[in-house]
Design a protein around this ligand. Structure first.
Ligand code: 3HC
Ligand code: NAI
Length: 698
């Protein structure tokens, strides 16, 4: 028989309910029912004077069981459990360690007193799942800590340390060492003081300023654009302030229900698990032995190398940076220091932290200094010749077993590996810019990359604060290959009648931080221009040339924000893009030159022509085995390219919002309209439709 989800024990006159639902003690039906039964039994036992509720294993309850959402309810309801605790005739103390999150903290709010381990963290992170605290959190937190604090805590969903929780009254005592002993002693102390059975519901929620809600709404408008939960949380806190407790609870229930059935929350809940799945590699079992990583080295301290070095230093891993000249090292190090100092200025770290991290970064011009490194990441210029030089050298000096990684954004990882006699140790680690900020890591397995190298790099990625994914070798890997499809159609639409601001607005309104032309202006239009010149794309590519407008723009020196003009003009230093009649003239002139009659574009067509080809390319990536699962593609797009998380990711969106049939139909329609083979649906798309399946069924 499996162990009960709630273990009951006693320490003298103190009853102890221990939650036993590893790994994170989520509030499954068994946990809720067990708590209800335990409270009823101990509540009615005259030998018991107080009850301690504590989590077994590594944490107190980390929240509702997210996998149960959307399924028919079973077992005791969380509201009833919390109500039973709050109304229990015995004094109840919740003892918190690990992460008491969401429904976990709400359960603790049902207790009369809370004690936390000093390392413990609490929080109401439901917003990150597109939800709101739905078991009284929106009504109780404002009563404990005031409306302003509650708004910020619930809308950010951040984790709160024990010290801050104590200062805000979220917990009543912080203890070191043995939490259970501390909680039992605290319960006895409260009993001896005849402390009241304090109920948060009887308190009043305070508002410090009459304009609190209006001001707060304004302050989050940009960040919360497109999301639903943040706005419902504000409405709940308004209710907590204005209404009696039970009416506030009814309002919370109504607004929670609205979110639970929303597509936004479904997408965000999918994404929560997708991010965790993406770290797992289908053919690399979890128990694959891993190499030990104690030190790292980076070749090249430019835009990417510097940021990558910071990730190591942030994780406390010593790292050596190699450059070709002292000047380049000095320049790179200056940028790193500047970044840290900026963080310190904003209060994100102390100046002692800055020095501690800088001390972890050593510099050199000699490969000899890299011979003990456990992992070496190359971030030099993007040409095969330079990469060949670096990897040939690394093969000579790196110790046996060292992992040799490349940050190439487009070159063939297998070819790079072939410059060594140890291709099994070579892997791609495609960081995104700025590498110290962007969370996504697109790791790239070569044909020969060994499984223990993959396992080690996936673990290392997490250790240095990244969200890892694993893809195979192809041009552009997953992210950039799909981005290219969007870029192709955006370029064609300009020639056919659209303007940059129109295309960008559709993409922005969809939820991306910016559209393709604003993005190009930010990254520098000259990058693509030089690549096109190098490749002579007109002849080499099987797709219609995409650079007519872009070339004309670059020929005028309009490289983007850095030159004050690109697809838009900019009144620098203000970076607001201003639509420019001169650009419109260039575009119209280009259409004329190409013999294209310009026509009006509707938003729907722009949306379909930019996003459907990405889904189609995603299908090809799955077919080719470059992406393991549709969810990996989604994690890449949400983290690396600003796909709005409340739309899940391109493949989830295709599966659950648009439907594969609709996409297939549109691809055929555009193919017929344009006669362009670009629009040919991926065979996988056709097959899934025929079988009545989705990408997520693969
Ligand atoms: N429900 C179901 N499964 C959960 C879960 C939850 N609330 N929280 C974590 N898990 C699972 C993970 O999917 C993972 O499963 P896997 O091993 O099969 O991949 C496993 O538990 C361990 O999780 P992590 O890998 O994330 O472990 P970490 O130690 O890195 O992080 C954590 C632990 C901080 C608790 C993190 O898992 C987390 O943030 N969990 C979600 C917390 C949360 O959102 N709680 C609120 C839920 S909504 C709610 O409570 C509604 C209420 O208001 C009514
Ligand atoms: P960068 O030009 O800013 O930096 C490259 C650095 O490498 C320079 O400091 C240069 O001095 C140094 N270098 C050149 N040859 C060297 C050698 N033989 N030995 C040691 N150092 C050498 O370039 P950036 O942008 O940092 O790109 C580096 C790599 O990262 C490229 O492969 C690029 O494709 C990739 N990448 C770039 C991204 C970006 O947005 N900039 C994003 C993802 C990957």
């Amino acid at each position: 028989m499996s162990e009960p989800a709630i273990l009951q024990s006693t320490d003298g006159e103190i009853g102890i309910l221990t939650v036993n639902n590893p790994p994170v003690n989520a509030l499954s039906a068994a946990v809720r029912t067990g708590l209800a039964e335990g409270l009823a039994k101990m509540g009615g036992d005259p030998a018991i004077k107080a009850i301690v509720v504590i989590g077994g294993g590594r944490t107190f309850i980390a929240g509702a069981d997210i996998r149960e959402f959307g399924k028919p309810p079973s077992g005791a309801s969380l509201h009833d459990v919390i109500g039973a605790m709050e109304n229990c005739s015995k004094l109840v103390v919740a003892a918190l360690h690990g992460t008491a999150l969401g429904g976990g903290l709400e359960t603790a709010f049902g207790a009369h007193y809370r004690v936390a381990l000093s390392s413990g963290r609490v929080g109401l992170p439901e917003v990150l799942l597109g939800l709101l605290p739905g078991a009284g959190g929106t009504q109780r937190l404002p009563r404990i800590a005031g409306a302003a604090y509650a708004l910020e805590a619930m809308v950010s969903g951040r984790q709160i340390g024990a010290k801050e929780a104590l200062a805000k009254g979220i917990v009543d005592r912080v203890v070191e060492g043995d939490l259970l002993a501390g909680a039992v002693a605290y319960a006895r102390e409260l009993l001896s003081q005849k402390a009241p059975l304090r109920r948060i519901r009887d308190m009043t929620a305070k508002v410090d300023s009459p304009t609190l809600f209006e001001g707060f709404s304004k302050s989050i408008a940009r960040k919360a654009r497109g999301f639903k939960a943040q706005w419902n949380i504000i409405k709940c806190v308004e209710a907590a302030v204005a209404l009696p407790f039970d009416q506030g609870m009814a309002r919370e229930r109504e607004l929670f229900g609205e979110l639970l059935t929303s597509s936004e929350s479904a997408a965000q809940r999918f994404y929560f698990f997708a991010e965790r799945e993406a770290a797992k590699v289908l053919d690399v079992p979890a128990d694959t032995p891993q190499r030990e990583i104690r030190t790292g080295a980076i070749i090249g301290c430019g835009t990417m190398g510097g940021g990558i070095a910071m990730n190591f230093a942030n994780a406390g891993i010593p790292v050596t940076v190699l450059e070709t000249s002292q000047e380049a090292l000095d320049r790179g190090l200056k940028v790193i220091r500047g970044n840290y100092e900026n963080t310190a200025k904003r209060g994100g770290m102390t100046s002692a932290d800055v020095e501690k991290r800088m001390a972890l970064i050593r510099t050199t011009m000699s490969y000899d200094d890299l011979k003990d490194a456990d992992v070496i990441i190359e971030a030099v210029f993007e040409t095969m010749e330079v990469k060949e030089g670096v990897f040939t050298k690394l093969d000579q000096i790196a110790k046996p077993g060292a992992i040799l990684a490349t940050n190439t954004s487009g070159l063939n990882v297998d070819q790079i590996a072939s410059y060594t006699k140890r291709p099994g140790d070579v892997i791609g680690m495609h960081f995104f810019s700025p590498a110290n900020v962007m969370k996504l890591l697109e790791n790239v397995r070569g044909k020969a990359t060994s499984k223990d190298v993959i396992a080690t790099v996936m673990t290392l990625s997490k250790k240095i604060g990244k969200i890892p994914t694993l893809v195979g070798v192809c041009e552009g890997f997953v992210g950039n290959r799909m981005l290219r499809q969007r870029g192709i159609q955006s370029a064609y639409m300009l020639e056919e009648g659209a303007l940059p601001q129109q295309v960008d607005k559709v993409i922005f309104d969809f939820g991306f931080p910016m559209g393709p032309f604003q993005m190009s202006d930010l990254a520098g239009n000259d990058v693509g221009w030089r690549i096109r010149q190098g490749k002579n794309e007109k002849e080499q590519r099987n797709v219609r040339y995409t650079g007519y407008v872009a070339d004309a723009i670059c020929e005028l020196g309009r490289f983007g924000q850095k030159t004050g003009a690109g697809y838009y003009k900019y009144d620098l230093p203000d970076r607001t893009p201003i639509p420019d009649p001169a650009v419109q003239a260039i575009i119209e002139e280009t259409s004329k030159r190409l013999g294209v009659t310009r026509r009006a574009f509707g938003d729907q067509e722009i949306l379909e022509r930019t996003l459907y080809p990405m889904v189609n390319e995603g299908a090809k990536l799955l077919e080719e085995g470059i992406a393991q699962r549709a969810l990996d593609i989604d994690v890449i797009w949400v983290n690396g390219y600003g796909w709005p998380v409340y739309r899940g990711g391109p493949m989830w969106w295709a599966d659950n919002v648009v439907g594969l049939k609709t996409i297939h139909h549109a691809l055929l329609r555009y193919k017929e309209m344009s006669g362009d083979p670009f629009w040919e649906p991926a065979p996988l798309l056709k097959r899934l439709i025929a079988e009545g399946k989705k990408f997520s069924d693969l």
